[in-house]
Design a protein around this ligand. Structure first.
Ligand code: NAD
Length: 333
């Protein structure tokens, strides 16, 4: 067996007797995670999602996959589902765009929902690992780049505040009650199931959708703001590595690529790939959420500790994402 076969076998061994709860499992990253988990034939996968942005049609049909339509804000429901579970991947979220419009609902899902998971684990004592999916938005604008896990944290919007609140409870429940929780801080993720028809979907699927439809690609601000774009397969691999490792309990990991890309450059690469598109780039005013100028993550901690490293380049990830959007929308270019 080579190293890769060994890693795959260790994942199968880990999950074969486990019941896994995935909150937000009908959303973008959750769907990719559930699909990957299905490859490891766990005893059971339970998905809880209120279908706020997620789609029921994303859920794979297997006898070991159960879907529960409900909210992580409902403590009794969360507690009841977690009774049967060993591992929890907590991805249910109100995302940044909608959270700014309705910060109260954002708090209810992102902060109270996370509290409900942790408090259920504290009472039940059966959970072997919770992976809380946080966001690099908790850093705000840092004084230097790339950003390490030890850099200062500053919430610049309600979404960042609620994600940071979730993290604070993860730390508190680990330190006080030994709840086995790990935190992953994702950067901007792209890939299949990031649905461009979802009004809250990220910049990449919006740009691709515009390019495929020969509509202007709209950039908020001067476009020189930067982000660290990660392909979803890499994000999922990191998340699963964190879940199966004993070393990761009580730890926080950046999950990104370490590569900084401006929004102007992102649009340029998409138009290079879709080179028959007639779309032009159009700059408009910044939005209230556009207050992070530069972001790129230092990923040495997860690289050294769990031997995870991103494999997919931005261009290759964009090609995969474009192919998925073309396939699912029936659009050829
Ligand atoms: N997509 C990114 O670029 C990105 C970046 C940083 C962090 N993250 C984190 O990754 C996780 C997943 O994000 P995503 O991009 O897949 O988002 P998404 O919006 O596609 O998925 C979130 C899912 O949660 C569900 N949901 C919303 N409120 C709920 C509630 N009260 N109860 C149960 N389910 C609820 C939605 O219906 C949806 O299916 C989140 O924790 C998010 O903070 C994502």
């Amino acid at each position: 067996m080579n190293i890769i076969e060994n890693i795959e076998q260790s994942k199968r061994d880990f999950f074969e007797d486990k019941t896994v709860l995935v909150t937000g499992g009908a959303g973008f990253i959750g769907t990719n995670l559930v699909n990957e988990l299905c490859n490891y034939s766990p005893k059971k996968i339970i998905i809880i999602d209120n279908l706020f942005t997620g789609l029921k049609s994303n859920i794979p049909i297997f006898d070991f996959v159960d879907f529960v339509e409900g909210s992580v804000e409902n403590f009794d429901l969360v507690f009841d589902l977690m009774k049967k579970c060993d591992i929890v991947f907590h991805l249910a979220v109100r995302n940044i765009i909608v959270s700014t419009k309705d910060p109260e609902k954002d708090f209810a899902t992102n902060a109270i929902g996370t509290f409900n998971i942790l408090e259920s684990a504290r009472r039940l004592k059966n959970i072997k690992k919770i992976v809380y999916t946080s966001s690099s938005s908790v850093y705000g604008n840092t004084s230097h780049l790339p950003i390490t896990e030890n850099d200062s944290l500053y919430a610049l919007n309600p979404y960042a505040a609620s994600k940071l609140t979730g993290e604070a409870y993860c730390n508190a429940y680990f330190e006080t009650y030994m709840v086995p929780v790990s935190v992953v801080r994702y950067t901007n993720v792209c890939g299949p199931y990031s649905n461009p028809s979802n009004p809250y979907s990220g910049v990449i699927s919006k740009f691709i959708y515009s390019a495929l439809n020969n509509q202007p690609i709209t950039i908020h601000g001067d476009g020189e703001q930067t982000r660290d774009f990660t392909y979803v397969d890499d994000t999922i691999e990191a998340t699963i590595s964190v879940a199966i490792s004993d070393k990761s309990i009580g730890e926080i990991y950046n999950v990104g690529t370490g590569v900084e890309t401006s929004i102007n450059n992102l649009a340029k690469i998409i138009l290079e790939i879709l080179n028959t598109s007639k779309s032009e780039i159009n700059h408009i005013d910044k939005r209230d959420i556009d207050n992070i100028r530069r972001r790129v993550l230092d990923i040495e901690k997860i690289r050294k500790s769990l031997r995870w490293t991103p494999k997919v380049t931005l261009r290759d990830g964009l090609v995969e994402t474009i192919n998925w959007i073309i396939k699912t929308s029936g659009k050829g270019i």
